[in-house]
Design a protein around this ligand. Structure first.
Ligand code: MRU
Length: 323
């Protein structure tokens, strides 16, 4: 595994601060559930599976401090609304028969281990869909930094590369937080995978030029009918892929599938500060007071997806996920 987003060590959670990457590798000391919630809210850690795992460790820290389980879960649940993995992990922690530090830590560790296993398995299923010599386009960061390791959409890229099937990756910069340019580029460079970062607005043009064979994205929540919430810009990629008759695949562990949400309309979409758009690293790009609207996710209708890949296999439309 090339990079890790967090590790439990010496009785606390060490968290690689993704806001500082790639310029600096700073590890945060997370010693309370409040600090875990803040790290998720401020995106020191991000990516649906990683958020869920860090919340689980946050619950273990709450158990150690003797905090009531529902109070800690409520604080962590309020950190970010869209990725269902957060609520899925908190529910697992809330269902534990005993509320002790040992039991909570064991469960958090299990959630982390299972995530890595699910990613490795789904990556093998997904890599089978990648054409030989493919040029793959992806968005955001769905790699080791967003998960317990290997990644989801980027896990498929990694496995396809290991199998010798991958010619090139086009990685969308992913405005406004630039997870593609800062994080995916960092991971791909560490693994020696050939890639080019592109401006988000270039994606459809690359497709039109015949430079893309396969599009793969992660997910923050997959509704029962396959409608998929993911990083803002994913929907536009799916529309462009459909127009150019290209496969568009969503990859996620089953912890991202939310059968209780019937369709995309019911998925809460996070709106983040307009400053994420108008400033970079505190430096203003826009005229002072410039109004901006910043939805962090969009929903791609299931009918635009060629397949959804989980650790359970490859699902084809029409999708129907059940509890
Ligand atoms: O706002 P972020 O960086 O948490 O958004 C991340 C994404 O949209 C990812 O594509 C998704 O969480 C899947 S990560 C394996």
């Amino acid at each position: 595994m090339s990079v890790r987003a967090f590790r439990w060590e010496s009785e606390r959670l060490l968290l690689l601060d993704q806001r500082r990457l790639p310029q600096q590798e700073v590890w945060l000391n997370i010693q309370s559930y409040e600090q875990a919630a803040e790290a998720i809210r401020d995106m020191a850690v991000r990516g649906a599976p990683a958020i869920g795992i860090v919340a689980a460790y946050g619950m273990a820290l709450a158990a150690r401090a003797g905090v009531a389980r529902n109070a800690a879960a409520a604080t962590l649940a309020a950190s970010r609304p869209t990725a269902v993995n957060l609520f899925w992990a908190l529910e697992r922690m809330e269902r534990l028969p005993e509320w002790t530090f040992e039991a909570a830590l064991d469960e958090a560790r299990r959630i982390e281990e299972e995530d890595l296993e699910m990613n490795l398995r789904l990556a093998r299923y997904g890599a089978e869909l990648v054409p030989e010599g493919a040029r793959v386009l992806t968005i955001c960061n769905t790699g080791s930094l967003a998960t317990a390791g290997h990644g989801t959409a980027l896990g498929i890229v990694r496995t396809a590369f290991e199998l010798g099937k991958l010619r090139h990756v086009y990685s969308c910069e992913t405005r406004p937080r630039l997870q593609g340019l800062r994080l995916t580029a960092w991971e791909l460079m560490k693994d020696g995978i050939p890639f080019s970062s592109i401006a988000d607005g270039a994606a459809a043009w690359l497709m039109a030029q015949g430079m893309v064979d396969f599009v793969v994205a992660g997910a923050d929540r997959i509704a029962a009918n396959g409608d998929t919430a993911n990083k803002i810009g994913t929907y536009a990629l799916a529309l462009a892929a459909r127009h150019h008759d290209l496969p568009f695949v969503v990859a996620a562990p089953s912890s991202t599938v939310d059968p209780a949400t019937p369709s995309g309309e019911a998925i809460p979409i996070e709106e983040r500060s307009s400053l994420e758009l108008t400033e970079i690293e505190g430096v203003a790009l826009a005229p002072a007071g410039c109004p901006a609207y910043n939805p962090a996710f969009d929903v791609t209708p299931g009918e635009l997806l060629s397949a959804i890949v989980t650790e359970q296999g490859v699902f084809r439309p029409p999708f129907r996920f059940e509890r």
